[in-house]
Unconditional design. Structure first.
Ligand code: ATP
Ligand code: MG
Length: 334
């Protein structure tokens, strides 16, 4: 059975971008042809500083968000990365396959390292090798991600191809990114040229999955827009990234196309559109927020789900890791 893998960092509270670009699609992919493996990538989160107590809480909160969004631990393998040591081991093997120059070209590294990149953690630079390990340790053939992860996915393919070539094998698949729908890049509510991110310092830039109805309505009311009325078709939004973003969010939340949404709002301004958007956002998110809170009330249950998920993940990952070591000539005597 083919396998799909994806992950989310517990580097902050999950956002509307994570829901539309990742979680909602993770849930939809369950029960299909492929086995679904979903990971809370805590080893990735620590590539930038995380307070230990906060991190522990966020790992559980992320697990609650996955389940509240419809990821079912009976249908999918749901676990946190650091409990399956194959990820870190495979990442080391890939550190010897990947080239330093590949890493320096990654835009996420440039963005997150900032101006003083000499002072970034070595892990932040090596991040894509660990991500390749996450995916390839399950020999996953497809990875649902947002647009921002496209470059890292290409690097995963490069690592798989170089490994197969260097060792003369067809061990790793050349993984396909699944970047689909209108919400593959939800933008910041404060700046339509920047991605919405859970680690953005501005809370007003994003909608959190824990925000209540009032907070959601207020953030949408204050979202940056222009003074023009909405056009009847999406072509008319070409040079209006803030407006385009809000229309895309609406469409993704109601499973419509942006053109279908605009057909109803043509000629109207944001005074009318924003309250309508707030209404659909609250309708879609409040059941998730409520279910998340219910899961969070029982941390022992979350821990049990993650423990079971880690066992099932390790059962898949370990033989693939061992085969990889064999191919590389690392002697195994037990
Ligand atoms: P951070 O700011 O810490 O990097 P993030 O919000 O970018 O957090 P990640 O954990 O890096 O979240 O990414 C998890 C998944 O969510 C990835 O598949 C990523 O492509 C997707 N994703 C993140 N932000 C968005 C967004 N704004 N729109 C659509 N998908 C997104
Ligand atoms: Mg990110």
């Amino acid at each position: 059975r083919p396998r799909i893998f994806s992950g989310i960092q517990p580097s902050g509270g999950l956002t509307l971008g994570n829901y539309l670009g990742a979680l909602k699609r993770f849930a939809a992919l369950q029960g299909g042809e492929a086995e679904t493996v979903y990971c809370i990538v805590d080893l990735h989160a620590i590539t930038v500083w995380q307070d230990p107590a906060v991190l522990r809480a966020r790992i559980r909160e992320a697990a609650a968000a996955f389940m509240a969004a419809g990821v079912d631990p009976a249908q999918s393998i749901l676990f946190n990365q650091s409990q399956v040591s194959a990820h870190a081991e495979m990442a080391w093997l890939f550190n010897t396959v990947a080239r330093v120059g590949w890493m320096y070209r990654m835009t996420q590294f440039k963005d997150k390292a900032g101006k003083n990149s000499e002072n970034a953690s070595l892990g932040l630079l090596a991040y894509p090798a660990l991500m390749a390990a996450d995916i390839l340790t399950y020999q996953a053939t497809a990875v649902p991600v947002g647009e921002d992860q496209k470059q890292h996915l290409e690097l995963t393919r490069d690592i798989a191809a170089k490994f197969n070539h260097d060792y003369g094998v067809t061990h790793f698949p050349i993984t396909e990114p699944l970047i689909e729908g209108v919400a593959t890049r939800v933008m910041s509510l404060r700046d339509g040229s920047k991605k919405m991110s859970k680690s953005d310092p501005s809370d007003a830039s994003r909608i959190n999955l824990t925000d209540d109805a009032d907070a959601i309505a207020q953030k949408i009311r204050k979202a940056r827009t222009d003074a023009e009325p909405l056009p009847g078709q999406v072509d008319g939004l070409k040079d209006r990234p803030d407006a385009r973003n809000l229309v895309n969010i609406y469409a993704a939340l109601t499973d419509e196309t942006p053109d279908q949404v605009l057909a109803r709002f043509e000629g109207q301004g944001f005074g009318a559109f924003k309250p309508a958007l707030a209404e659909v956002a609250v309708a879609a998110l409040s059941p998730i927020t409520r279910r998340m809170a219910e899961f969070m009330d029982d941390p022992a249950q979350i821990d049990a789900v993650l423990a079971d998920g880690a066992d099932r993940a390790a059962a898949v990952a370990t033989p693939i890791l061992e085969r990889t070591k064999d191919i590389m000539g690392l002697l195994r005597t037990r």
